[in-house]
Ligand binder design. Structure first.
Ligand SMILES: [Zn+2]
Length: 233
């Protein structure tokens, strides 16, 4: 819990992360992932008024902060911020000018500073394109190796359902998986390919996965432990 002590009033105060003033008429409290309390307030609202509202809603704020603290904070897009791709972290470089909007050279991301405000969605588009390339390549590779026949390949936006396999043989993978190491991507690819033959998670199914990826357990464990870190933004 982010709290501070106010010696003057002998009170424990809930820390306000940020106050955003605008033309609005009322004070609103917003608790964000990472445990940030943001107050939206009218231009003329005094700190005392804002504090009073926070204290009046202290129970709600505290409960919400507790809930949101566990969630990862949204990513930021400033010079030098490290952003994930296939298990690596690459620094962001901001360059003057409007174009090109976003580039990746294998060492760092370059984003035009004119496009910085749309960084989250520009990255998402880029990740989606990469996801299509990476999944197409990995599915082809493992399908050719073991004679799997599949239908279409779909890229989804699912947050926790990493992959799925329909009765028609359509394979779906969430683009968010390209934030994870390739080993993990491959595990999800093989998992769904084996579902083309065994629909359930029976011992037969896991034997099928193990035959292709003998170390699948550690890859699966990684995904369970680190799935939350694949959040975007
Ligand atoms: Zn499954």
């Amino acid at each position: 819990m982010r709290t501070s002590f106010d010696p003057e009033n002998n009170l424990i105060l809930i820390e306000i992360t940020e106050i955003i003033r605008s033309k609005r008429k009322t004070i609103a409290l917003v608790v964000q992932p990472g445990g940030r309390l943001v107050v939206r307030a009218p231009q003329r609202a005094t700190l005392k008024q804002i504090r009073a509202i926070v204290e009046r809603h202290a129970d709600w704020v505290e409960a919400k902060l507790k809930e949101m603290e566990a969630r990862p904070a949204p990513r930021t897009f400033t010079e030098g911020t490290e952003l994930p791709y296939l298990g690596g972290l690459y620094p962001l470089r901001l360059t003057p000018g409007p174009v090109p909007a976003l580039r990746f050279d294998g060492f760092s991301f370059t984003l035009a500073d004119g496009a910085a405000s749309q960084a989250a969605s520009l990255f998402e588009e880029w990740y989606r394109r990469q996801a299509r390339k990476v999944f197409t390549e990995r599915v082809r590779h493992y399908a050719a190796g073991d004679g799997f026949e599949y239908g279409k390949l779909r890229i989804s936006s699912a947050r926790t359902r990493w992959g799925s396999c329909s009765s028609k043989g359509t394979l779906s993978f969430t683009w968010r998986l390209v934030l994870a190491p390739l080993d993990v991507v491959d595990y999800v690819v093989v998992h769904e390919l084996v579902h083309l033959r065994v629909k359930n998670h029976s011992p037969d199914f896991w034997r099928g996965v193990e035959a292709i990826l003998p170390d699948y357990k550690s890859r699966r464990k990684w995904l369970k432990a680190n799935g939350e870190s694949l959040h975007w933004p």
